[in-house]
Design a protein. Structure first.
Length: 199
């Protein structure tokens, strides 16, 4: 039996800012993305995380919001209501960008942690474009990747528990593009890291 031919994976670091815990009742307010690197049979190659990026601020989809969640992003819902990009346009532009930078590869969303960002991203893609360039399961959680390589329980993991050399030197600003770029560097470091030497 011939081995299955697999296209390279293109890892896209994604960060979103939202005004609540789940999409639908609450809104994704900004979306940042950065190409972190590619992986094929020859291994992983990091990309310059500032070279291929995407950023949009979106118009809210409902009147509901959690003040504490909104405060984290520092974004102004009133301004976004007037100036934010319509979600259908923003998500179409994002899907087109992913397909463009991922030509010849299979795009994989990566996040830290991916669960929150993926929930909003996938919901918005399906709701406003009808499909996802990542498919239904093309996401990778950096927190899980680290826990596996470090031999630690997932709940024991936080960025503060990681070796300093794995972390980006950039600040985590809660601006979606800044954080996507920071996390792209973390991802590249994790992919290169051989893992913990613990037994």
């Amino acid at each position: 039996m011939a081995p299955r031919r697999v296209r390279p994976s293109l890892y896209v670091s994604v960060d979103i800012e939202a005004d609540g815990p789940i999409p639908g009742p609450y809104s994704m307010l900004s979306l940042g993305a950065s190409v972190a690197g590619t992986q094929d049979a020859d291994g992983f190659r990091a990309a310059d995380p500032e070279e291929r990026t995407f950023y949009r601020e979106l118009r809210p989809i409902s009147e509901e919001f959690v003040p504490e969640a909104l405060a984290v992003s520092g974004l102004d819902r009133d301004r976004l209501g007037a100036e934010g990009v319509e979600p259908v346009r923003a998500m179409r532009e994002f899907a087109d960008w992913v397909r463009d930078v991922g030509a010849g590869a299979q795009p994989v969303m990566c996040g830290y942690p991916a669960s929150y960002d993926w929930t909003f991203l996938y919901w918005y893609l399906i709701r406003f474009t009808g499909s996802s360039p990542f498919g239904h399961s093309g996401c990778l959680d950096m927190k899980t990747l680290y826990a596996t390589k470090a031999g630690l329980p997932l709940r024991a993991v936080a960025k503060g528990t990681m070796p300093r050399e794995l972390l980006s030197r950039r600040r985590h600003t809660h601006h979606a593009l800044d954080d996507a770029i920071e996390q792209a560097e973390l991802f590249a470091n994790l992919m290169a890291w051989p893992g913990s030497s613990r037994p």
